[in-house]
Ligand binder design. Structure first.
Ligand code: N01
Length: 557
């Protein structure tokens, strides 16, 4: 295979590509662009949906909106794209993000190399041929030297297996598999299970048209107002004139957002000063609240001050004391679960047609044909909305049917939890790259920033391999073990593992191994580590060439 090939070769009747990319969201689209348009490789994207967007293609639930500020929720690799596109609001709604991704796909002419409406059913490494054989639900099998999984961290819906679910006579929906034609709640009795970021966005919108909305809350949650608003002409002009500065800030920041975490510590200031800082941060809104102090995730006593402030806000907003008490009965430190941001969430409970059920006091017993039954009685419903999250970070990868060297499945290799080096590769799966995989900053970061870093690193790595005639790359077991230890170590230095029921730990899916999955050491630090690994000739990886007798020869082990 040579750099510069433009069309798939046919081998044994099957198409052979240089690279197969699974998923056409932010990651897959950019990976295609780099491999095809920068490296001249012949790459194919396989996508389950019938359009681009990935997570945003599926998550069309009422109120779906990005929690990252729009001017930072964009590809920053191209000034041209940044200058041409215009966001309308501080936090873009789902349809606007899908429009943006279509704009990029059209501008870069990506769709001609994306196979839509196709689900990958298996990806098996053929060691002899050093090829990945990728099969799909249309009966086709294609081959590629490189396999890039760009399936997103939050794509595999978690629909809890509550007894009786299938007996329900009304309709039920999961927010992550929302019908494209929408759902009409007018005059309906709706039950929503789940109060994470998604549920908190959905409640106020569903409440607008439903006859009654019953929210079933298992874990009470903090939420900060988004303070969303249309973007002014001045702001739009500022964002276009300051692309370099915004890019630099996002790259220097811990979480890839366009603002830095304040250097001060919580107890550096008086209680009165702190209150003023929190009040101001509440008014500014969104994830910037977390940036008020630099020790909120490091010191429990410091965290308590933010937690108490946010709980007191619930008491100020929600009129019914019992509802306010249940909403504020939060059992984990602030931001140890992904902090939701909202538009009118707590206010929605002041409506006559919204009520809260605290599942900690009265757990769900079953779903009946009429609705949801808790230990306290039956709630009759026409529609149930499962805002119950995802089998995050690993769920979508493990569904792909990946089989590596010696017939070892990814499911087997990760049965005690995901094991990667830099979140990019797993030992025993040569030439398979994962974008924002477990062990990378991913979901602790503004996703496009994490995605661009991974995609560019992978493209640079493949370019080096092609130029140097390298046939395969995979990490050593030792490097993987070292990285897994490091991921745990940096997580344990924070309060993050203290939210024992968090999806960061896989705790939301019954039977899933409890392992802290994202890299909590910060995006800027992670970028530095990845760059250093590459500069040192891909330290921790084995790069090898095929010898004439087909025994692989290691070039850097
Ligand atoms: O999912 P979640 P999500 N019985 O897992 C409850 C991103 N996101 O879709 O906490 C009863 O956070 C569960 O309760 P508990 C963001 O990264 C981004 O809301 O497990 N309840 C919880 O309340 C976010 O973190 C944006 O006790 C059950 C809820 O369901 C991630 O997606 C917008 C249950 C699930 O919360 C996931 O958020 C939205 C059961 N059997 C989301 N099972 C934007 O930026 C689960 N729950 C736009």
């Amino acid at each position: 295979m040579t750099i510069g090939s433009t069309s798939a070769a046919k081998r044994d009747g099957a198409a052979q590509y240089d690279a197969v990319i699974i998923g056409a969201g932010f990651s897959g689209m950019y990976q295609l662009h780099l491999l095809r348009d920068r490296l001249g490789l012949n790459a194919r994207v396989i996508e389950r949906g019938d359009g681009v967007g990935g997570t945003w293609y599926w998550n069309r639930y009422p109120g779906a909106r990005c929690d990252s500020e729009s001017h930072s929720y964009s590809y920053y690799f191209s000034d041209e794209l940044l200058k041409e596109w215009e966001w309308s609001e501080r936090y873009p709604q789902q349809p606007e993000i899908v429009r943006y991704l279509n704009f990029v796909a059209d501008k870069l002419d990506l769709k001609r190399d994306i196979q839509f409406d196709t689900t990958v059913t298996g990806a098996v490494y053929d060691e002899k041929a050093n090829l990945w054989r990728v099969s799909t639900d249309d009966g086709e099998t294609v081959s590629a030297k490189y396999l890039i999984t760009a399936v997103g961290c939050l794509s595999s819906a978690n629909v809890p297996d509550i007894p009786g679910r299938d007996t329900f006579k009304g309709k039920w929906y999961h927010t992550g598999q929302w019908p494209h034609e929408g759902v009409d709640f007018t005059g309906k009795r709706v039950g929503q299970i789940g109060t994470g970021s998604t549920g908190i966005q959905a409640v106020p919108v569903i409440a607008e048209t439903a006859k009654h909305l019953t929210v079933f809350q298992r874990t009470a949650n903090y939420s900060i107002p988004a303070q969303n608003h249309p973007l002014s002409a001045e702001f739009k002009a500022w964002a276009k004139e300051n692309i370099d500065e915004i890019r630099q800030t996002m790259r220097a920041s811990t979480n890839g957002h366009p603002f830095l975490i304040n250097e001060r510590k919580v107890f550096d200031v008086s209680a009165e000063e702190r209150r003023k800082i929190y009040e101001k941060a509440w008014e500014v809104g969104g994830l910037r609240f977390r940036a008020s102090f630099n020790d909120l995730l490091l010191d429990k006593a410091a965290n308590d001050t933010a937690a108490d402030f946010l709980k007191s806000k619930i008491g100020e907003i929600v009129k019914d004391p019992e509802t306010a008490k249940n909403l504020a009965a939060i059992d984990h430190p602030f931001a140890t679960k992904r902090p939701p941001i909202d538009t009118g969430y707590f206010e929605a409970y002041n409506r006559d047609n919204v009520s809260l059920v605290n599942l900690r006091d009265t757990p769900i017993v079953e779903i009946t044909e009429n609705g949801v039954k808790t230990t306290d009685g039956e709630y009759e419903l026409d529609i149930i909305v499962f805002a119950t999250g995802f089998d995050a970070m690993t769920g979508s990868l493990l569904k792909l049917g990946i089989v590596g060297r010696d017939g070892v499945t990814l499911n087997k290799a990760w049965e005690a939890g995901p094991r990667t080096y830099l979140g990019i590769q797993a030992a025993g799966f040569p030439n398979m790259f994962t974008i924002t995989g477990p062990g990378s900053p991913s979901v602790l970061c503004n996703m496009p920033v994490a995605i661009e870093q991974h995609v560019e690193w992978v493209a640079d790595c493949i370019e080096t391999m092609e130029k140097d005639g390298i046939d395969r790359i995979e990490p050593t077991e030792e490097a993987v073990t070292g990285w897994v230890d490091h991921v745990n170590e940096v997580a344990n230095a924070t309060l993050l593992p203290q939210a024992g029921h968090s999806w960061y730990l896989g705790a939301n899916v019954p039977g899933k191994p409890r392992v802290f999955m994202p890299y909590a050491g910060g995006m800027a630090r992670f970028r530095g580590i990845c760059d250093e690994v590459a500069e040192k000739g891909y330290e921790g990886f084995v790069l090898s060439r095929d010898k004439a007798d087909s025994q692989a020869e290691a070039v850097n082990a």
